[in-house]
Design a protein around this ligand. Sequence first.
Ligand code: ACO
Ligand code: KIV
Length: 583
Amino acid sequence: MNHALRTPAGPVPDGAPFWNPQRGGSMPSHRYRPAHQRVTVPDFDRSWPTARITEAPLWVPVDLRDGNQALAEPMDPARKRRMFDLLVAMGFKEIEVGYPSASQADFDFVRDLAEPGAVPGDVTIVVFTPAIPELIERTFASIEGVERAVVHLYTATAPVWREVVLGRDRDGVHRLVMDGAAHVARLAGDRPGVRFQFSPEVFNQTEPEYALRVCDDVTALWDASPDRPVVLNLPATVEIATPNLYADQIEFMHRHLARRDAVILSVHPHNDRGTGVACAELALLAGAQRVEGCLFGNGERTGNVDLVTLALNLHTQGVDPRLDLSDIDEIRRTVEHCNRLPVPDRHPYAGALVHTAFSGTHQDAIRKGMAHHAARAADLGVPAAEAPWDVPYLPIDPADLGRSYEAVIRVNSQSGKGGIAYLLQTEHGLDLPRRLQIEFAKAVQRETDGSGAEMTAKELGDLFRTEYLDRADTGPVQLTGWRTAHTGPERHDFTGTLRIDGREGEYSGSGNGPLSALTAALGAAGIRVDVLDYVEHATGPGQGAAAVAYVECRVNGVTRWGAGQDTSVLTASIRAVLSAVNR
Ligand SMILES: CC(=O)SCCNC(=O)CCNC(=O)[C@H](O)C(C)(C)COP(=O)(O)OP(=O)(O)OC[C@H]1O[C@@H](n2cnc3c(N)ncnc32)[C@H](O)[C@@H]1OP(=O)(O)O
Ligand SMILES: CC(C)C(=O)C(=O)O
């Protein structure tokens, strides 16, 4: 990197040529044409900025076509079938199943779907074809006998594609599309189950008025009507602009299309700038009714828009996505198997880490939020899964996706007492008093700082056991036998055999309760103990559940906590005092 060689690039003034080698910064940014120099949407009174999404669009997964064509190893027939079955089970009603003229495998897959019963009665398949006569014919051959199908015709309409790829001018591309559309209409004849779809590929880089002319002429040729509508699918084939421009382009079409009531307006965003989801959402605000995309955003280059994220974004706005995503991990595993691609750990909603907090303040907030949620559900008299969701840092209840709360909080050196306490409580039934949480968090911090690694819930439980619960047995002061007696009103006697640094002796003491009698006996042995705080609880429901006791003691002038566990509350509390003494 030699930053001294170039001066910083300034903005490209409107009307200036975009390529100007004098405008150099440390990166050759002057080589790229800004979006506003490629597409201009005529002025109109847009309404999308203040619109709201109030219902789910029609979803059309293109995993078996656009997703599949982007894989290094396209899906084999078994994988395709598994993907198709998953899409059906999730509730998709229209599914693009392939590019039948691309390969024998694609053709055969569609033929398999033509078998009676292969496609549920409420599902329509979509087959994809370029405007090339023999390939259109092959596409129709693939759907022979299929009851319901959408034939999806596409041709690129943007200037660079017209000039460089297709070698035609505007009228030439218009003719290519019309010839293709006419061929499609001829081959469909009067088959009532065949509907039509047209995509001006690279719509987002096409002059809006030209895209409008091509689309209107196609819908006229296909005689689109409200009872036999045509799908016009407007792709952001390669994302080049901020999503507001796409929204303008979609709303421009929505407002100006000739047969608007006979058109299902569809969008097909890709994700080259990482804003595919934003493009789809703004397009819905702008009038789109249907969205094509792939599960977890598979697809060409950076992928198609992710339908799972879009659907769950709606869910978290209180809008029913009309898809079943209640077992997200099973969906993820199936998609990973079919695509032979992993879904990253940070992927929205579905990644392994997206419901997990490691950092202390987040954990503290989540723990309080979960307790508040449980209390609110109890107040409302509804199960926790039905109560309104307002837990800090968790935009969705993991349980809605079939996930447990196990992974919500994980502990490492960034964690604090709240997260540690949450795991001890949820995984081990230990409800630590606040000051003990603070003390134990220091022990955890020493461990995690030392190892640099995460501590699992089991390791946390083991550490608490070594640091506290087992300390009655492992320190220099051992109580090998003991008895208590309630000898009068507010009077208890304690007698025990203490082994202190290997020397054994019997000591007694009295007090207004068993613990004060114990501390008196310890005092007789030369160990000064004052009990400052005492808490106990059962570790689970029912009579047989163990009790755990926590005591905060001043031992020979030093304040520390101890903890003990036993089926008897008295034994648990005596062990807790010895634990504090031995720490
Ligand atoms: C944005 C998208 O996702 S578009 C879908 C892309 N998907 C695929 O390409 C997967 C399937 N494709 C294939 O299997 C093959 O490319 C086929 C069978 C369609 C065609 O293969 P080939 O005949 O070998 O042609 P090839 O792919 O090299 O070139 C495509 C030709 O079609 C033309 N073409 C491309 N798209 C279209 C279209 N929509 N309508 C009409 N012609 C088109 C190109 O201009 C090129 O023509 P040329 O040979 O005269 O230059
Ligand atoms: C042609 C359309 C539907 C497409 O796949 C794209 O533009 O990416």
